[in-house]
Write a protein that binds this ligand. Sequence first.
Ligand SMILES: [Zn+2]
Ligand SMILES: [Zn+2]
Length: 308
Amino acid sequence: MDFNILVLGSGAAVPTFSRSCSAQLVTLNGVRMLVDCGESTQNKLRQSHQKMQAIRTIFISHLHGDHFFGLPGLLSTMHLCGRTEPVTVYAPKGARESIELLFAVSGTTLRYELNIVDIDVSKPTVIHTDRRLSVKAFPLYHSIETYGFLFEEETPLLNLRPSVRSQYGMTNDQCVAVKNGADLTLDDGTVVPNNLLTYPRRRPRRYAYCCDTAPNDELVSVLQGVDLLCIESTFDDAFTDMAQERCHCTASQAATLAARAGVRQLMLTHFSARYHEMEPLLAEATAIFPNTVCAADGETYSIPYQTL
Ligand SMILES: [Zn+2]
Ligand SMILES: [Zn+2]
C-alpha cells in the first residue's frame, strides 16, 4: 500500500504566493489523514484534486493560526457539501472551545458528528488507530502547547509466492497463518518452511511530523530511525538567535537532529516568507544530512517499502 505525504502548505506564519500555511495530507493503507490546517487548506485540497469528504481524521499540532485557522472553514465546507460521515479532530486543549464559539456566533450547525479530542500527553502516546496503522503524539518545544505526530504502519502481512496456494492445496486458514509467519504442515506431516512460501518480510514504515519546534535532545530518541522526518526549518543559520527566541529550528539544527536520530530521509518545511529560493537552506542542511529535500506545495513525497 502506498504511504504518501501530499504537502498542501509549506510556508510559515505568513503565506506567500507559492507557499501556503502548514497542512499535509497523509495517506496510508488507503486512510487519508489531514495534518494541520492553515488558512487556504481547503483550496489546496481542491487544487490537488483531493476529496475533502474522504478525510475522517484531522491532527492539529498547535493552535497558532498558521496551523489552525483553516479548520473552521474546512469543517463548514464539509457540511455545506453534504457530509454525513463523522469527523474526528485531535488537537491541543482550546480547539473545541474556539470552534464551538465560532460556530455558535456564526449560526453554523453541522449535519455530521464532529468529535474534537484533546491531546494531552507528556511522552509518545498512541492517540489514534485505524486500518493497520497507528498515530502517536509527542510533545514539541514551541512557544505554546505543541505536539508532533508519528504515523506508523503495523508489520505488513507476508505476501505468498505465486502458485504455492494451488501447489500445496492450501485452505484459506492456512493462507492466513502463512501470511502471519507460520510454516505449513502438509497432510503427510511434511513441514514446508515459511520462507519457501512467502517473499521476504517488509519493514513497517514510519513518518514523523514536527512542526513547530525548537531543537531538543528529547526528540532524538522519539524520532530514532524513522523513514521520513518532516521538521520545520523556519530560518537559515543567519537567524539562529531569532529561531531560538521564537522556538523554531534553523536548517542546520533540523539536519543535526535528523543525523543524530538516524532517520532515512529529511524533509524541511515551514519556511519563513523572507525566503524566495530554498537553495541556501538546503545547502546548510545537506552539508550535515545529505538525504534532505525541501517541501513544496502540491508535491507528494512517498515512503517506499523496505525489506528487513
Ligand atoms: Zn507555524
Ligand atoms: Zn507555531
